[in-house]
Design a protein around this ligand. Structure first.
Ligand code: ADP
Length: 264
C-alpha cells in the first residue's frame, strides 16, 4: 500500500489515539469498522483522511430515517423511454473496491440491515434482488459506519446482531493540545487566541447536571475561531457559534455566558 500516493490531496487529520493503525488492520483483513462518538469530533474527517492515504475512493452516505436499502443499492430509472439500472453508492463501492461510509447508520430504515449482514460477515456479498446479481466484494472494499451513542433511544438502537459484525472504536473530543492544533489549522486563528476557546470547550464539556444534550463539538469551536479570525468580536462569535447552537433554554444560555466570563 502506498500511504503517501497524493500527499497534497490527503485531508488534514490529527490522530487522537491508535485509530489509524486500527483502520489499516481492518482494511488489510477485510473487516468492517464502526466509529462511535459524538457529533463533530472528527469521525468523517478521519475516514476522508484514511481513504485518501490508502488511495481508495470514498462513498459517504449521510443516513436519515427515510433512507432505504434501494437508496444504497440502486434502482431502475426511466431515461428517454427506457428503463435503466443505476447503481447506488453501496453497489458502486462494492464494484470498485472502494470504501463506503454510512454516517449515522442507526437512522436508516430497517431494510438496510438486511443488506449489511451478508456484506459484513465472511460472505462479503451484496445481493441485488432487482437485477438478480450477487456481487462478491473485492479485497479493497471496506464498509465503515458511524453512530452517536448519545442520541440513541429505544427505537433507534443498533441491534447486537448488527453491531457484533463490526470492529468498533470510540471517538471522543481530542486532548486540549491536539484540539488547539486542529482548531488553529482549520480556522487560521493563531494558537494564542485558540487556546482560551479550547479551554472554554473543556469547561462546557465538564458541565454536569445541565440541560445540554451534548458538549460543544470541535466543529463549533472551529466555527467560533473562524468568525474571530474574520474580525468578529469574541462575545458575538461565541454567541453565534457556541451558545445559540448548544441550547434554546435561557437558563442554560445564561450559565454558558457565565462560563465565558470565567475564561475571557
Ligand atoms: P463527525 O463526523 O464526528 O460529526 P467531522 O469529522 O465532520 O465530525 O468533524 C468536524 C470538523 O472538525 C471537521 O471538518 C474538521 O475540521 C474538524 N476536526 C475534528 N477533529 C479533527 C481531527 N482530529 N483532525 C482534524 N480535523 C478535525
Amino acid at each position: 500500500m502506498n500511504l503517501h500516493a497524493q500527499p497534497s490531496a490527503v485531508p488534514y487529520y490529527a490522530a487522537t489515539g491508535t485509530e489509524c493503525a486500527l483502520f489499516e488492520a481492518a482494511q488489510n483483513n477485510g473487516l468492517p469498522l464502526l466509529l462511535k462518538g459524538p457529533t463533530g469530533c472528527g469521525k468523517t474527517r478521519f475516514i476522508e483522511h484514511m481513504a485518501a492515504r490508502s488511495g481508495r475512493k470514498l462513498y459517504t452516505v449521510a443516513c436519515h430515517d427515510d433512507l432505504s436499502a434501494a437508496d444504497l443499492i440502486g434502482r431502475y430509472l426511466l431515461r428517454g423511454g427506457e428503463t435503466e439500472w443505476v447503481d447506488g453508492p453501496l453497489t458502486r463501492a462494492v464494484r470498485e473496491g472502494a470504501i463506503c461510509y454510512l454516517d449515522e447508520v442507526v437512522e436508516a430504515r430497517k431494510d438496510v440491515t438486511v443488506v449489511l449482514h451478508p456484506l459484513t460477515d465472511n460472505r462479503r456479498t451484496l445481493m441485488i434482488d432487482r437485477t438478480g446479481e450477487e456481487l462478491v466484494a473485492p479485497p479493497g472494499f471496506m464498509l465503515v459506519a458511524s453512530y452517536n451513542p448519545g442520541y440513541q433511544n429505544v427505537l433507534k438502537r443498533m441491534k447486537p446482531s448488527t453491531r457484533q459484525r463490526f470492529l468498533a472504536i470510540t471517538f471522543d473530543f481530542p486532548k486540549p493540545e491536539t484540539e488547539i492544533a486542529v482548531v488553529a489549522q482549520e480556522s487560521g486563528l493563531d494558537v494564542a487566541r485558540v487556546t482560551p476557546l479550547v479551554r472554554l470547550g473543556g469547561h462546557i464539556r465538564n458541565l454536569s447536571g445541565m440541560d445540554l444534550e451534548e458538549g460543544v463539538s470541535t466543529r463549533l469551536l472551529i466555527y467560533a475561531a473562524t468568525l474571530i479570525a474574520g474580525g468578529m468580536g469574541v462575545d458575538k462569535a461565541l454567541e453565534a457559534a457556541v451558545i445559540e447552537p448548544l441550547s434554546d433554554d435561557e437558563d442554560v444560555q445564561i450559565a454558558l455566558r457565565d462560563l465565558v466570563t470565567t475564561v475571557y
